[in-house]
Design a protein around this ligand. Structure first.
Ligand code: ZN
Length: 341
């Protein structure tokens, strides 16, 4: 039986899932914060890995599970789909001879990310502030449960060595991997990986299944365009960044979510509501019914913040520690309000 990283019984099976034609998904239930998926494409005498988990213990676990396939086909190539740590901080566990590739925009964003020791510190501080009873300890408790399962102290960063712009075809063991930059959407440099000979797409965090997505960057129009591209690729199997493997229906569900949310946020923008007020009104509306069961509904406030800023012509949410702290404060408040409702 699978468990989530918090140790609870998992909502769906995790581990290395064969998708046919020597392609595998590495699935981490339940698809919540840091419970990120990855992938493996095995070619003739060489393999490619798509993304690595958030810390080195998890990365070792993943590469260990892949070993029966990669012993005869070493990992020559790794692709990092975007700059969030839960998709590349495990890179140092890859063989030294592996070439790591990402988009030009993601590499730049990776260099801007708060380093692992900063997250280790935040995790420790959240443990302390979370002990404060009542509302003052709320954000601490939220961040503690989010970062609790991970060991950031041991993380050695290894940045990708190669970048590309727009579109690139990578070859490994006689197979082609098509890399397409689709960001800025979830982050500044999101890319998806299409394996045409297997009919599989690794959508990374352009797709969340059964989990509330987070839009750090936007605009939402780019995200919807990225989902349209995924559908155009006409793959039978799509591996989301978080949640179980799906078919095109999963992509359409995500597209419906953004289309609905964009309209709902636009109305809130006209009312001049704050992100928190807007989020609370949206989750109380009838339209939310379809998404009520998705994990972590409180994260909607992050996307609403980004969307309201775009609508007001203020550009992207600044990528600063203070802004992140303010966002997590909002997230914890929305979570409590939802629990009280
Ligand atoms: Zn992720």
């Amino acid at each position: 039986m699978s468990t989530s990283l918090s140790g609870a019984a998992a909502a769906f099976d995790g581990g290395l899932r064969p998708l046919g034609s020597g392609v595998f998904a590495w699935i981490q239930p339940d698809g919540g914060w840091g419970e990120s998926n990855a992938g493996l494409v095995v070619g003739d005498g060489a393999s490619a890995v798509i993304d690595t988990p958030w810390d080195q213990r998890l990365a070792r676990g993943m590469l260990g599970a892949m070993a029966e396939h990669t012993d005869g086909a070493p990992v020559r190539l790794a692709v990092n789909t975007h700059s969030d740590g839960d998709h590349w901080w495990g890179n140092a566990e890859l063989p030294e001879s592996t070439t790591i590739v990402t988009s030009k925009e993601s590499l730049a964003a990776m260099k801007e990310e708060a380093p692992p020791k900063e997250l280790a510190r935040l995790r420790r501080l959240a443990g302390i502030s979370g002990k404060v009873p009542g509302r003052s300890g709320e954000m601490g408790r939220y961040v503690r449960s989010m970062l609790g399962p991970f060991d950031f102290k041991g993380v050695q960063l290894r940045l990708p060595e190669e970048t590309y712009e727009g579109r690139s075809t990578e070859h490994v063991g006689g197979r082609a991997l098509e890399l397409r930059t689709v960001g800025p959407a979830h982050t500044l440099g999101d890319l998806v990986v299409h394996v045409p000979d297997a009919g599989v797409v690794f959508a990374a965090d352009i797709l969340f299944v059964g989990v509330t997505p987070v839009m750090w960057a936007g605009p939402v129009s780019n995200w919807i365009a990225a989902l349209d591209l995924l559908l155009e690729l006409d793959a039978d199997t799509i591996v989301p960044g978080h949640g179980p493997v799906c078919g095109p229906d999963g992509v359409r569900a995500m597209r419906d979510y953004w289309t609905w949310l964009e309209e709902a946020v636009l109305m809130q923008h006209r009312f001049g509501h704050s992100a928190r007020q807007a989020t609370l009104e949206i989750v109380r509306s009838d339209g939310f019914g379809a998404y009520r069961d998705w994990l972590l509904p409180e994260r909607m406030v992050i996307s609403v913040t980004a969307m309201l800023r775009h609508m007001a012509g203020k550009g992207r949410v600044p990528h600063t520690a203070a802004m992140r702290a303010a966002l997590f404060d909002q997230v914890s408040i929305v979570k409590r309000t939802l629990a009280e409702a």
